[in-house]
Write a protein that binds this ligand. Structure first.
Ligand SMILES: *Cc1c(COP(=O)(O)O)cnc(C)c1O
Length: 409
């Protein structure tokens, strides 16, 4: 088995590309033509795996799906136009009115908002502190179908009890969905803790350069879908470990239409080639900045799984290659959060994460503004909380930038 990066950079050419091209070309097409109409009929009747229509399949997108699937050691992967499309379509395709699912309450803000909308459509969610599998277990009901968690939550960096919840889901026969965006398959592979389905926002670390939106759902093959009521008879064909991804591709991608375009897939595939290199550097930069900020007299506290006083420090060190490239911190009393951020020059004030550039954002006034002060307080989001996603800049420049921004006042 080739290593992580070798397998990504040699993935396209193994498929046999015209002219010996090393990169899968951008197939800018919507439809596919056939000489014999029988071949066209075979595609629609599932007897052929040739291409049907661009909303469901495109060769450039397939090339990216192959890479993501290898990175996650899955059995099949479907790509989407965004990470949110991947999450929304997955639940749309697999859950029905009257179903219940349990979700971590430490969630990406838009996922939290999406799950509340599912509630309006008759799919009920219970939010729990997923850093403890015992707490998740208490929320399970007879109509519970699925458990959804993230690996490292942003901005406070709580880490779900990934192993414990995996065991719980196996024991209870529940679908286990892990959003691996914050770690990426380079730092962590959820198949190892028993995940049934893995979500990645390709927009963040995998694409990496802040140029392109994309998402993916990977089936690990660990869940036996013959035990799951919501698979439609049409998709109960062949290996029952792949029924869900087929239903997600048909009922979700085909019928709902949140497709990834070929140009976007190309950009994300090029980005993916350097995932390991970039993340090594981003994680080292996070570590160095945290070491500088932690204990600084103008900083009240730092949240980073790599710190020994982080509640899930041991878990992070045991499960992840590195404790991530994202951290948050609160300024000391009397410091003006906005004035500090405005003094930063290398770190950019921006809402994204996983970019090659270091990005800083005041959390309460932006991404967590809509949820209101009460909910923020319950989630431990202080008004002075600043989230940092480290890029690949030279660490001397980042350290100097934070030093000068803290020096004033
Ligand atoms: C950004 C993000 C998403 C959504 O991804 P988009 O590609 O922006 O739609 C989902 N989950 C997590 C953990 C994220 O950080």
């Amino acid at each position: 088995m080739p290593g992580f990066t070798t397998s990504i950079v040699h993935s396209d050419r193994r498929g046999g590309i015209e002219h010996g091209s090393l990169q899968k070309p951008v197939h800018a097409t919507v439809a596919y033509g056939y000489e014999d109409v029988q071949d066209l009929a075979d595609v629609f009747q599932g007897r052929s795996s040739a291409y049907s229509y661009g909303r469901q399949v495109n060769p450039t997108v397939t090339a990216l799906e192959t890479k993501i699937n290898a990175m996650e050691r899955g059995v099949a992967t479907v790509c989407f136009g965004t990470g949110m499309a991947a999450i929304g379509t997955l639940l749309f395709a697999l859950l029905r009115k009257g179903d219940h699912f349990v979700s971590s309450s430490f969630l990406f803000g838009n996922t939290n908002s999406l799950f509340q909308t599912f509630g309006l459509h008759g799919v009920d969610v219970t939010f729990v502190d997923a850093t403890s599998a015992a707490v998740v277990a208490q929320a399970i009901r007879p109509d519970t179908r699925l458990v959804f968690v993230e690996t490292i939550a942003n901005p406070r960096t709580q880490i779900a009890d990934l192993e414990g919840i995996g065991e719980l889901c196996r024991a209870k026969g529940l679908v286990y969905v892990v959003d691996n965006t914050m770690t990426s398959p380079y730092l962590f592979q959820p198949v190892g803790v028993g995940a049934s389905l893995i979500v990645n926002s390709l927009t963040k670390y995998i694409g990496g350069h802040g140029t392109t939106l994309g998402g993916a759902v990977t089936e690990t093959g660990l869940f036996d879908w013959s035990t799951f009521d919501n698979i439609q008879d049409t998709y109960k064909k062949g290996d029952s470990a792949k029924w869900a991804i087929t239903q997600v591709r048909k009922k979700g991608l085909r019928d709902f239409g949140p497709s990834l375009g070929p140009e976007a897939a190309h950009h994300l595939g090029v980005g993916a080639e350097t995932l390991a290199l970039r993340q090594e550097r981003q994680c080292a930069n996070a570590r160095a900045l945290v070491d500088f900020l932690n204990g600084h007299d103008k900083v009240a506290r730092v949240y980073f799984p790599g710190l020994p006083d982080h509640p899930e420090h041991e878990r992070a060190m045991a499960l992840f290659r590195h404790p991530g490239a994202l951290f948050s911190f609160e300024l000391a009393d009397g410091m003006d959060t906005f004035a500090f951020l405005n003094r930063l020059d290398v770190a950019i004030k921006s809402s994204n994460l996983g970019d090659n550039r270091t990005l800083a954002i005041p959390v309460a006034q932006t991404i967590y503004y809509e949820m209101g002060a009460e909910r923020r307080a319950s989630m431990g989001i202080a008004d002075s909380l600043i989230r940092i996603s480290t890029g690949i800049e030279d660490i001397e420049d980042l350290l100097a930038d934070f030093e000068q921004a803290l020096a004033e006042e």
